[in-house]
Design a protein around this ligand. Sequence first.
Ligand SMILES: Cc1cc2nc3c(=O)[nH]c(=O)nc-3n(C[C@H](O)[C@H](O)[C@H](O)COP(=O)(O)O)c2cc1C
Length: 185
Amino acid sequence: MPDQKDLVDLIKSLRAVRRYADRPIDPAAMERILDAARWTGSAKNRQPWSVIVIEDRAALESLADCGPYAGHLADAAAAIMLVMDPAFPAAAYDAGRLSQNIMLAAWAEGIGSCIAFLFPEENHQRARALLGVPDDREAWTAIALGYPEDERATRLDRSPSNVTSEVTPGRIDPGQFVHRERYSG
Ligand SMILES: Cc1cc2nc3c(=O)[nH]c(=O)nc-3n(C[C@H](O)[C@H](O)[C@H](O)COP(=O)(O)O)c2cc1C
């Protein structure tokens, strides 16, 4: 078992990183991230997933055009595209768990990450075509990866084309988040 305090610190320090250093991902680190991802639990252990690792700059730039807030993919060192089998009702939940494991495993390697959600449907179709994803699989979620550029890497970008222009930083208070015994509005 990893040290419990280290694990909680890792979870709590995970932030979306959208600015990346011009440095490739260490191949051994990428393998560890992919292995951690593969061990994610899923409903009935169906594992309704596979991933596409994308490092080609032209492909990353094309993918960045496949979502209204996906621009950070263009500068990422790599992206991991989640390819999900939508036949299972819990697939979206499973994709969430898979994403979080990828992001935490990357963070443990000092690698920042940020989801790019490739919507609406037209963008989703373009991304699927770009990566050769078959008709019976979905590919809504790409996770951009890269070593953080500098201390600005987690700063919110207030330009209108960026999702973070609409984002409130931080988290709700414990009092708002936790109810005890009964819901207390
Ligand atoms: C389902 C989902 C979709 C997201 N899509 C995007 C996206 O398209 N573009 C983006 O820049 N960030 C995206 N994010 C990242 C969120 O903006 C981020 O998790 C949130 O602002 C908290 O960031 P923080 O951990 O740095 O505080 C997405 C996150 C989730 C969970």
